[in-house]
Design a protein around this ligand. Structure first.
Ligand SMILES: O=C(O)CCC(=O)C(=O)O
Ligand SMILES: [Fe+2]
Length: 266
């Protein structure tokens, strides 16, 4: 089966890569500082920008998220443990969040990384609280997509330690070779984007050059990430975690059906 899965993954990844090439956009005038971030993103699949927002900015946005949570006219999503409350369209209700949504620096780094013109379909405003058996933000280990390149930017609005549901990433797992390896060696399916804890252990054992990294950080820190790589939000044990996430995607991926899918959640 794994050879068939490999062939399927290879053809779909090649097809998506070719489409991206046909829609490619070259970015110019990237600053030296942003180039360093880009190099890190390319190497590990993730890069951090500390102190992107001040404590005051974080506090103001958190208060706005709290206001949205108590506003019955605003659409929300919650997981079944009631640990993760999400406002997918939070940028529609706040000027501060809108400025994160349209942030030119975060967009330009993403366009340089993907070599595509990006659309930011929405900015998620989310609050995590500890509840028994919560799986964390994103509900366990996964790749957002196996076949397509993905780019998101997250800003923590609260200090995030090991117990506050930090973002966790397998460095280097954005590389396409790791997808082929996981199919051949670890017997993943071609389209497998959800990964059990035991499969993560097996994957790390057979990919000794890769390692997990937990992104604990102060409020105001931005994490740029290729979410094709394997990641999760760790289960939250104490405190709370507020964050914004920009859902960027290449413009040609933002088809009417994709647009409709996200609109329904807003
Ligand atoms: O919020 C997080 O820590 C990660 C959630 C996630 O899986 C994602 O945004 O793709
Ligand atoms: Fe994800």
């Amino acid at each position: 089966m794994s050879v068939l899965d490999l062939a399927k993954a290879y053809s779909l990844i090649s097809y998506e890569t070719l489409k991206d090439k046909l829609h490619s956009k070259t970015t110019t005038n990237i600053s030296d500082e942003d180039r360093k971030i880009l190099i890190e993103l390319e190497l590990n699949g993730v890069a951090v920008i500390p102190k992107y927002y001040t404590k005051e900015q974080c506090k103001a946005i958190m208060a706005e998220i709290d206001g949205m949570i108590t506003d019955d006219s605003i659409k929300k999503w919650t997981d079944k443990e009631s640990s993760d409350t999400r406002i997918y369209g939070s940028h529609q209700y706040s000027k501060n969040i809108m400025s994160f949504h349209t942030d030119p620096k975060l967009t330009q780094i993403g366009e340089s990384y993907t070599n595509c013109e990006l659309i930011n379909s929405h900015t998620l405003g989310a609050k995590l609280v500890p509840k028994d058996n919560n799986l964390g933000s994103g509900e366990g280990w996964h790749r957002d997509s196996v076949y397509r390149i993905q780019y998101k930017s997250i800003v923590y609005l609260t200090d995030v330690n090991e117990n506050n549901g930090p973002f966790e990433y397998i460095l280097g797992s954005h590389k396409i070779s790791t997808i082929y390896n996981s199919i051949l060696v670890n017997k993943f399916n071609a389209h497998q984007n959800r990964i059990e804890e035991s499969q993560i252990e097996a994957f790390l054992k057979s990919n000794k050059q890769l390692e997990k990294k937990v992104f604990t950080a102060s409020k105001g820190t931005v994490i740029l990430v290729d979410t094709r790589g394997i990641h999760r939000g760790m289960p939250i044990k104490e405190g709370n975690r507020y964050a914004l996430t920009n859902y960027f995607m290449p413009k040609h991926h933002f088809t009417p059906s994709v647009k409709k899918k996200w609109k329904e959640l807003m």
